[in-house]
Design a protein around this ligand. Structure first.
Ligand SMILES: [Cu+2]
Length: 116
């Protein structure tokens, strides 16, 4: 997937397909690829993903509402606002551990990223 990431003209179309869920794996960096995480029905899916250190984590917001994926505590990662239908990526922390996260707009939304 995405063997020509520098081609901007194609990139936009590719992103749209991703948002529609028609494509799955994205960049996995040096550690292999994984499916994007999703946000749907005011919940993170999966709620407790496990990734290798430094993985590029892709998140698709399939809700009608805007959400964030924000690590609590020292904020090891924070996507900022992810609007409806938008896809974002963030870099998982390099240090192994457990990283709880919330949506800052709807703090009852919880997840926990495990890096190992
Ligand atoms: Cu939210």
């Amino acid at each position: 997937m995405c063997r020509n990431p520098g081609r901007l003209l194609r990139r936009r179309r590719w992103r749209r397909l991703l948002a529609l869920g028609l494509l799955h794996p994205v960049h996995g960096g040096a550690v292999g690829s994984r499916r994007p995480d999703t946000i749907k029905d005011f919940a993170f899916h999966p709620a407790a993903p496990t990734v290798a250190p430094g993985t590029r984590v892709t998140v698709i917001n399939k809700d009608g509402a805007t959400h964030t994926v924000t690590a609590t505590g020292n904020k090891a990662f924070d996507t900022g606002e992810v609007k409806s239908g938008q896809t974002v990526t963030f870099r998982a922390p390099a240090r192994p551990g457990s990283y709880p996260y919330i949506c800052t707009i709807h703090p009852t939304m919880h997840g926990s990223l495990t890096v190992r």
